[in-house]
Design a protein around this ligand. Structure first.
Ligand SMILES: [Zn+2]
Length: 516
């Protein structure tokens, strides 16, 4: 007498066949994937204000039988969507937010904002949910059909450009029962990495300093006043001198948030916002402490006071070797999308326009590289905090043009064109296939955890940068978004009437400058 489960295991379709089926199902959803890419591009919402984007994405998931919990961790635009039950729990995560002043007409190879000064997807986060939701819908179908146990979960990277949420997700225990996290991020290449990867990640804290002085008439009785702006200026000057004596791996930068109201009033309030980046937790803490010392010193020179607020933080990401090796095989089997002549023409024209190396789109998948021996540091992503709590990788899927500056209108050009559509479809295939690898092979889940415990966290233990009183900065970008929302609404994509956003905007693909 055989147990039914054993019988079932023998009858279940082989993993390879299931993965092929998943890829075919993703192809069958191409129109939906394209609509999601275009729709979220048109919403163009800044961090913490991803209201339309979250409503749209959770609407699709709820309609397809996912259970959605809204407003998790006190962040209105954060949510957790779940399908299935039992182990393993596989979570997909990807960002939602765009960046300021990156409004750009898609498919146009020179700077041409849809709305002057408005936010836009000048990094390409609009494609991430198209990747993850497509993969999740396909997995749901295959899990139902084949009675596969396991849980699929989706989470949004809210306010990623502000590195504002994942440490709070971790603190709230959102990953407590999660076995594997599969993140996805837009790129020009089709790749995954493990450990410190190419060594171009930093961790950081993002801190705002608020100085308080005393107002007075700046000409009639200046001796009565104490300038908060003086304190900001002295803190910045101090930091510039000290910069020379910091480790080469550090990156630090600031903007003045508030410089006072008008010159004849001694500024009683002024504020400056710093990012302190380094390669590991102790060095980041050191920079943070140094920033606090400089702020304090500036108050002593100016007779002012200061308080500070941590508004974002991120550990440097560290990715799981077992998952990366598994994912790499799927990347190689899916391969690069087939770029058309029009895609290549757009890519080359944009590269030429911005003075970058003109080489068009990438045609080949890169092999899995050895992690960098001496990481140099660079940008940050708050998925880092997740990666130190659960085995995780970050799939880079090819939905953008190579050699762009990042965080710029130029990075928005391809993001509602066939380049982004095809790249997202390819990314969705790898997400679905990699999830199947772990859903059907419990020993692989165990190996990923062995690497996590015995290698990654053998000596380094996660500690949050958050103080107990720190809360998500959910008010950020509210005013900016309210200012542009009425204008942006007129340009929301309408998939009922237009096949693509390019068609709705009346843009010929590609639009390039005429040869002189
Ligand atoms: Zn990003």
């Amino acid at each position: 007498m055989l147990l039914p489960s054993v019988l079932f295991a023998q009858q279940a379709p082989a993993l390879t066949a299931l993965k092929q089926e998943a890829a075919a199902e993703v192809d069958g959803l191409q129109a939906l994937t394209q609509q999601m890419v275009d729709q979220i591009f048109s919403f163009s919402e800044l961090g913490f204000q991803e209201v339309e984007t979250s409503r749209y994405v959770t609407g699709i998931l709820e309609k397809n039988g996912f259970h959605v919990e809204h407003g998790v961790t006190g962040i209105p635009t954060a949510w957790v969507a779940t399908y299935g039950s039992g182990k393993p729990v596989i979570a997909f995560i990807t960002d939602l937010d765009c960046i300021p002043r990156a409004s750009q007409k898609p498919g146009v190879a020179y700077h041409a904002p849809i709305i002057e000064g408005a936010p836009g997807h000048g990094e390409g986060h609009n494609s991430g949910m198209a990747v993850n939701v497509t993969a999740a819908l396909v997995l749901k179908k295959l899990m139902d059909k084949n009675h596969l146990a396991g849980t699929i979960r989706l989470l949004p990277g809210v306010g990623e450009e502000l590195v504002g949420t994942k440490a709070f997700y971790v603190r709230a225990g959102l990953f407590k029962d999660t076995d594997i996290v599969l993140g996805a991020h837009v790129s020009h290449q089709f790749a995954t990495t493990y450990a410190t990867g190419e060594g171009i990640w930093s961790g950081l804290v993002s801190v705002q300093y608020f100085f308080h002085g005393k107002s007075a008439h700046a000409a009639a009785r200046p001796w009565e006043g104490r300038s908060a702006l003086d304190a900001v200026s002295l803190m910045n000057a101090g930091w510039e001198f000290r910069r020379e004596h910091l480790r080469l791996q550090q990156r630090s930068h600031y903007i003045v948030l508030n410089g006072g109201d008008q010159p004849n009033v001694v500024p009683s309030e002024a504020a400056v916002w710093y990012y302190f980046r380094e390669l590991d937790y102790p060095h980041i803490k050191e920079l943070y402490a140094l920033g606090n010392t400089m702020a304090q010193a500036a108050t002593m020179m100016t007779g002012t006071t200061v308080d500070h607020k941590l508004v974002g933080s991120a550990w440097p990401p560290f990715f799981n070797k077992v998952i990366a090796e598994t994912q790499q095989k799927n990347i190689e089997s899916v391969g690069m999308p087939k770029w058309s002549d029009a895609d290549q023409t757009l890519a080359k024209a944009l590269q030429k326009e911005i003075g970058a190396k003109v080489e068009g789109m990438k045609e080949k998948v890169e092999p899995l590289a050895e992690p960098a021996k001496d990481p140099a540091g660079g940008g940050s992503d708050d998925v880092g905090d997740i990666s130190w709590n659960v085995p995780m990788v970050y799939l880079m899927y090819p939905a953008n043009i190579p050699n762009l500056p990042g965080h710029s209108w130029a990075n928005g050009v391809a993001m509602a064109t066939p380049i982004a559509h095809k790249g997202s479809t390819s990314g969705a295939k790898v997400q679905a296939m990699t999830a199947l690898d772990f859903l059907l092979q419990p020993e692989l889940v165990k190996q990923a955890w062995d690497y996590f415990r015995d290698v990654q966290t053998k000596e380094i233990h996660y500690e949050t940068f958050l103080a107990p009183e720190d809360q998500p900065a959910i008010e950020m970008n509210k005013e900016k978004m309210e200012k542009f929302a009425p204008a942006l609404k007129k340009f929301y994509y309408d998939p009922m009437h237009y096949k693509t956003y390019l068609e709705q905007l009346g843009i010929q693909y590609p639009t390039i400058k005429a040869a002189p």
